[in-house]
Design a protein around this ligand. Sequence first.
Ligand code: FE2
Length: 273
Amino acid sequence: MLKFIHLTDTHLVPAKQALWGLDPAWRLRRAVQSINRHHADAEFCVVTGDLTHYGQREAYVALAEELSQLVVPCLHILGNHDHRATYCSIFEDASVDTNGFVQFVRSAGELGRCVFLDTNEPGVHHGVFCEKRAEWLRARLSENTGDKVTLFMHHPPFNVELPSMDQYSLLDPSHFRHAIDGHESRIRHIFFGHVHRPICGAWRGISFSTLRGTNHQVALDFDATTLIRGSHEPPQYGVVFMDLERLIVHMHDYLYRGETFMMDGSKEFLEYS
Ligand SMILES: [Fe+2]
């Protein structure tokens, strides 16, 4: 059984600054504390982009500081709010492909491989998966063709029926679509971020999931077409279990502090972290 943690959209800003009235570092810290306490047996944690909000060096320093407290290895990919060169200057062991994109592979043993993709394009908020990135993915999919593959990316490669966010999904998903053509049955799941909402479903027969970020959220507003409506719904992390037959994703509202009750009628206060 493979167990890992999915975090997304941490949107760190320089220390002591707020974002949408919240402290992104504090909220990430609480996630890290909860993961350390309850999921120290996870094989890794992955953050699927928008690691920082403005891409400043000081924000990546703050991010590195917070993530250094995790007791499980942590992997990251880039989102539209990130700055690739600055990220790589702080995370010097970042895995980049021959074209400089933050794309890499991690073995999941008999469960195949986890493949992490870069959809960041400087200066824009929509995602880009260009032919160079697609070539890299095509090459990975042509290796070990008996392996299953689990994909991780920031932008969804399809619309999720939230028009204000869909305008910023992959601008031209054709390179991605063509890269995975014929491999759909090998792809276990696509984990992505970007939308700041808990969503799951299937696309071209491939299951997918995303979840709320650790700072601010996107409201469930199917009518907004241009401006994005934000919200302060609770942050989440995902706890993922995979074996040869199952892929299970639990979404956890890790800041919840409140009464719980046992089904025999007794009550207790549950402190998650
Ligand atoms: Fe984001």
